[in-house]
Ligand binder design. Structure first.
Ligand SMILES: NC(=O)c1ccc[n+]([C@@H]2O[C@H](COP(=O)([O-])OP(=O)(O)OC[C@H]3O[C@@H](n4cnc5c(N)ncnc54)[C@H](OP(=O)(O)O)[C@@H]3O)[C@@H](O)[C@H]2O)c1
Length: 281
């Protein structure tokens, strides 16, 4: 087992929110952290926080960007111990009006991007660990963010398969946080507003109450979601564990969603529909 100082971590989406906090915490603990960012300003900022952090440009939806990140990292190290697939976005809206381009983008970032990064780095991850920042949404029980739910469920399925298939003793762990107070919710509201601005008046009215509720809820998550330190501490625990579990819920609502999703779907749908009817009153 390597000591902390020689362990190398690569995390995507480290410019803000959970990724940023994880990078800082792990660097403080003595790990060498390659922090994935997309802008120069973010690279400069995160590198200025700790000498153990090296910013790496990576857009997970762009194969040539992943390739460049790979070559950059292997100039500094011959092995990655932990890959943290954290980059993510939330595409919201009713399936009826979900723009297919945005639906694809949801999967491009949250699912295909994570697979593409893992594929590139697998040869350097022998006996290592992949931590995916999934979500309680992977239970699939939340309407109006079903694109996000589906992208996270697909992420978990693909990586569980990778865990079973790989011959290099690579462990895979899924972290499923409840709502965390990060910029992702405000970004999602802005994106949804932009998408809905393209709808005609009649279509706009159809789901107005639900979308207003969703917006209020998202903005509340932005302020009242649980602190990202809960996710950070879970990740530190996983990295320090010899035999981590396959999946970790973070926050009470994540456990609750897990429990509810195991009930018969007809009952789950009854509960969700009850809530939706209340919103519509
Ligand atoms: N916040 C929550 O309530 C919550 C709950 C469960 C799970 N999660 C998951 O946690 C992860 C981190 O989210 P967060 O809440 O910390 O949100 P955040 O602050 O918005 O962070 C998202 C990160 O992903 C990056 N990103 C987005 N698109 C990318 C792309 N194409 N290539 C590379 N990086 C990209 C962003 O970079 P830019 O700054 O360049 O856009 C940013 O660094 C996500 O996977 C999210 O689904 C969040």
């Amino acid at each position: 087992m390597k000591n902390k100082k020689s362990k190398v971590i690569f995390i995507t989406g480290a410019s803000s929110g959970i990724g940023r906090e994880v990078a800082i915490k792990l660097a403080k603990e003595g790990y060498k952290v390659f922090a994935g960012v997309r802008r120069k300003i973010d690279k400069n900022e995160i590198e200025s926080l700790n000498n153990n952090i090296i910013g790496v440009y990576v857009d997970v939806t762009n194969q040539s960007s992943i390739d460049k990140a790979f070559w950059f990292i292997i100039k500094h190290t011959d092995k990655i111990d932990v890959l943290i697939n954290n980059a993510g976005i939330v595409v919201a809206g009713p399936v009826e009006f979900l723009c297919i381009k945005k639906l694809k983008e949801q999967f491009d970032v949250n699912t295909f991007g994570a697979v593409a990064v893992a594929q590139k780095f697998l040869p350097f991850l022998k006996n290592g660990l992949i931590i995916n920042i999934s979500s309680m949404a992977s239970t699939g029980i939340f309407p109006f963010i079903s694109a996000y739910c589906a992208s996270k469920r697909a992420l978990d399925i693909l990586f569980n398969s990778l865990l079973l298939e790989n011959k290099d003793n690579i462990k895979v762990v899924s972290v499923k946080p409840a709502a965390i107070c990060t910029p992702i919710w405000k970004k999602s509201v802005d994106m949804t507003k932009e998408l809905f601005s393209e709808l005609n008046e009649n279509d706009l009215i159809k789901y107005e109450k639900e979308m207003n509720y969703l917006e209020r809820n998202a903005l509340e998550n932005n302020m009242k979601g649980i602190d990202s330190s809960y996710v950070v501490n879970t990740i530190v625990k996983i990295i320090n564990s010899k035999n981590p579990k396959l999946s970790y819920n973070v926050g009470f609502l994540s456990y609750l969603a897990d429990f509810v999703s195991r009930l018969p779907l007809v009952f789950v749908n009854y509960l969700v529909k009850f809530k939706l009817n209340k919103i519509n009153r």
